[in-house]
Design a protein around this ligand. Sequence first.
Ligand SMILES: C/C=C/C(=O)SCCNC(=O)CCNC(=O)[C@H](O)C(C)(C)COP(=O)(O)OP(=O)(O)OC[C@H]1O[C@@H](n2cnc3c(N)ncnc32)[C@H](O)[C@@H]1OP(=O)(O)O
Length: 272
Amino acid sequence: MVAKASRLPPASLQLEVGESVLSEFIQIERRGAVQVIRLNRPEKKNAITRDMYSAMAKALIDGDEDEAVRCHVMLGVPGIFSAGNDMGDFMAIATGQAGGNEVFDFLQALAQSKKPLVSGADGIAVGIGTTIHLHCDLTFATPQTVFHTPFVDLGLVPEAASSLIAPASLGAQRAFALLAMGEKLPAQEAQADGLIYKLVEADALETAVFEAAEQLAAKPPQALAIARDLIRGPREPVLERIREEGEHFKARLKSDEARQAFMAFLSRSRTK
Ligand SMILES: C/C=C/C(=O)SCCNC(=O)CCNC(=O)[C@H](O)C(C)(C)COP(=O)(O)OP(=O)(O)OC[C@H]1O[C@@H](n2cnc3c(N)ncnc32)[C@H](O)[C@@H]1OP(=O)(O)O
């Protein structure tokens, strides 16, 4: 259990919240030319609600449009990157009480981001808490980080174009083990597989992330943008896969298999 106080952002960070705060659980901070998007809902293991997706999408789009922003950083808090989509929200979508497009709007913004993305993950990284990093140019993780995508166990399917991106770096069989079997992937293996850039100790994570982000922010932006586009490759197949997965995902959310899995988690949580 990590003490709540240690999950607060460093006091040295200047907090600049825009006019409309879409979610109290997403902190948008500006650190020079680096925009920091921090998931900060530790009491729910940084589970991501629809408002949180909207806040992150807006930050990415606004930061892309702002010439003063040269790099985006995505962080969680010590011990927790994210436990993935909020299960209560999944249930609300499954029962027709909510629409649920926010996650796909966020994924479109993420996949199309114009500025370099650097992420840092420590500890829990489940579902979209894993797949976000597939869109980041540099991901730092700690030895305690475990990536886990239990989509099929939840009656769901892979998202974030992970069914396209993961096989390309892991090979088909290891991608299948990760995305379909729901096998956990420790950060050490993720690094060996080329899914993440560097492993650093937890107390050095944010320093490493900010150093890399500041390095990128100081580079000639046009040359960096062209190099990045070439390295990332065409966006259309990625966006198309996000859409294709999204169609299946939305249908699966309303399936009996998914509803039972959400119910099991939510009732387990209530009786814990
Ligand atoms: C498009 C996106 C797709 C996806 O992201 S699919 C993936 C969806 N996510 C998951 O399947 C993960 C669900 N969560 C878990 O399995 C566990 O949690 C963890 C392994 C991540 C952590 O376990 P532990 O350390 O034992 O913590 P705890 O007691 O389960 O959780 C602490 C509080 O956090 C809430 N919470 C955790 N994950 C979620 C979630 N995803 N949605 C909503 N709430 C969540 C719990 O309920 C509880 O809350 P309370 O203290 O009030 O009982």
